[in-house]
Write a protein that binds this ligand. Structure first.
Ligand SMILES: [Zn+2]
Length: 176
């Protein structure tokens, strides 16, 4: 297991479209090791999600996880999900607005809207197809991570830049 380096905004790799993973590749020891390292990196960086491209690997894979936090019991926790070749389908047109951050844009937050309820489909780490209904925070995280696989960053989704905010200013003016 290893914590990998997270690449940051400005690295041209973050703007590339990641490639589908072959089914045979998924069960290879190298790929399984990569997934373990990706999850370890997400946890080490306290991220709610991470896409492979954020560690410089152009493959359509992301992981997401939110552990229960006693200080914020209302912030929905969700179990570790790793998905390969994911697709997302909105289950209703309803959108929710929220603050997002990104491990590749450290110290910055911004407000944007995402679908409130989605169906996430793809392959699990055994190469088996699965689907999962996600809502609220978990749905937002999945949409954010899928965007990474298409070279899209959260700032691209912001309706305007008025809420583009440094963490310190977020704590002072917005997180009250
Ligand atoms: Zn991100």
């Amino acid at each position: 297991m290893a914590v990998l380096d997270v690449i940051k905004m400005g690295n041209p790799l973050l703007r590339k479209v990641s490639e589908e993973v072959g089914k045979d590749e998924i069960t290879s020891p190298e790929f399984q090791q990569f997934i373990a390292d990706l999850v370890e990196t997400m946890r080490a960086e306290s991220g709610a999600g991470i896409a492979a491209i954020q560690v410089g690997v152009l493959k359509r894979v992301f992981a997401m996880e939110m552990k229960k936090n006693d200080r914020y019991p209302d912030k929905g926790s969700f179990a570790l999900t790793t998905v390969i070749n994911p697709t997302i389908e909105p289950l209703s047109p309803e959108k929710v607005e929220g603050w997002e951050g990104c491990l590749s844009i450290p110290g910055i937050r911004g407000r944007l809207k995402r679908y409130k309820k989605v169906k996430l489909s793809g392959l699990d780490t055994n190469g088996e197809r699965f689907e999962k209904v996600l809502d609220d925070f978990s749905a937002i995280v999945a949409q954010h991570e899928l965007d990474h696989l298409n070279g899209i960053l959260l700032i691209d989704r912001m309706p305007n830049m008025e809420t583009l905010t440094f963490q310190e200013e977020y704590d002072t003016y917005w997180n009250v």
